[in-house]
Design a protein around this ligand. Sequence first.
Ligand code: AMP
Ligand code: TRP
Length: 341
Amino acid sequence: MTRVFSGVKPTGHLTLGNYLGALRQWVAEDQHRSDALFCVVDLHALTVDHDPARVRRLSRQAASLLLAAGLDPELCTVFVQSHVDEHARLSYLLECVATDGEMRRMIQYKEKAARERVRGGSVRLSLLTYPVLMAADILAYGADEVPVGDDQAQHVELARDLAVRFNQRYGHTFVVPRVTLPKVAARVMNLQDPASKMGKSEDVGPGIVYLLDEPDVVRRKVMRAVTDSGSEVVHDRAARPGLANLLEILAACTGGDPAALAAGYSSYGALKKDTAEAVVEVLRPVRERHRELCGDPGYVEGVLRAGAEKARAVARPTVDAAYRAIGLLAPEEDVVPEAVR
Ligand code: AMP
Ligand code: TRP
């Protein structure tokens, strides 16, 4: 069966971008057709300035939002990255396969490091090596497919390169994964700044729709979205990015096609209104289930505990095999019988 792995970082509240770009596919497709693992990648949240209590809170919230969005622990494995040691164990080996040049070429590193330097802050070494940890997340599970938004495609490409290089040097150990992107809304843009991705790091943003926003807040944010000058409604990402973003959000929420939907509108106002209502309806059940789950923290904890156990059992043999293949001695109990032979 196809193995699928993906993750979400607890660096902020989950957004409509996370939902349309990633989560929705995990829920509607991946968990039904594959052996799927979904992970709250908390180690990745430590690559930028962080508050420990907030990371803990956001990790719990992300886990319950994954369940609220419809991931079913009977169908897939939901867990927290730091509960499974294999991620960090494998990451070091992959650091011995990756090059510093490769790391410095990563777009996300360049952007985030530049932003950090402008603020006068320092850049954590882990921000540079982050894509190696992400490769370890993927390769430890032998994932065939990695469903992500478009911004993560370069990182998955790196995971592929590292898998191929490791296999060539040290013998076949890893499955070479491939990225899978959603057909629409692979990159949901900020409603106030359609040139930037709708990211969750900024704390309050009028251009960011959070999964837990109240319906009226969602409506206000969508109705105030920046649109382009011009009046006819057409789908043109390059020339009319604000409009294209709304059409793609509407298409993703209603299952339509952005260009076909455009033909049905003669004004921006009507498009915004329909988009706002479509988003409200998509988020409503998620908010409601999240509220229920908040009343039952024991349930979420139980799911994560069982998930980590399952995940560990999957990752352990592959990571152990990588340790042997790269030239590390097996622990004593394995070595003795071999030495006797
Ligand atoms: P992150 O919030 O960076 O942990 O992302 C979790 C998943 O959501 C990844 O697969 C991202 O590619 C995806 N994602 C995040 N923001 C967006 C966005 N604005 N549009 C589409 N996908 C996104
Ligand atoms: N880097 C991803 C992001 O920022 C999150 C992530 C970490 C991930 N490890 C992963 C996604 C492994 C897919 C597979 O969105």
